[in-house]
Ligand binder design. Sequence first.
Ligand code: GAR
Length: 208
Amino acid sequence: MANSAKRVVVLVSGSGTNLQALIDRVAADPGYGVEIVAVGADRSGIAGLERAERAGLPTFVTRVRDHATREEWDAELTARVAAYEPDLVVSAGFMKIVGKAFTDRFENRFVNTHPALLPSFPGAHGVRDALAHGVRVTGCTVHFVDNGVDTGPIIAQGVVEVRDEDEEDEGAALHERIKEVERELLVDVVGRLARNGYRIEGRKVRIP
Ligand code: GAR
């Protein structure tokens, strides 16, 4: 039912394996309920953009350093995304904090995936910070983005156990195990939001 599929813009900064999981599900499952209408990035030359191009998706790059101020970058990013008229915007490893123009424009429509169990270990180093803290379980959180850093209403979480040997590679293997859980969780959540709709009541996200 491609007609009723929700329009989704995905933002990436790196390897794009979460994006790939979304692309694969859209291709495999006509009832998934999602159309990826564009993929945006804050840098060029990344595997995430190559994945989008291989899938035949429109891409765009909006770099902070091409703008005089962070606000101008934010306004440009907002306009580039808005041009695709998305129902949902998904930050899948997008490593920039967006500004108020963006969060206002896509309020309650902007989903992020984070590699820790929020509200613990927000920010750019969720895996490393959890490991340094000595937690025995960590995981991933898919949540709506508000004006804070990883503070918005939680939609779903997945749990991953920490192993003693995870310290040896500073969390690289742990992050890979988190990403296995994360990809499935993100694909599941985005599909359910798209197909079922949702309500946000305070901090609670209700998906019928
Ligand atoms: C994911 O683990 C995502 O949670 C993380 O970056 C990885 C991207 O992987 N995002 C953050 O840390 C945001 N603070 P991918 O590029 O292979 O999808």
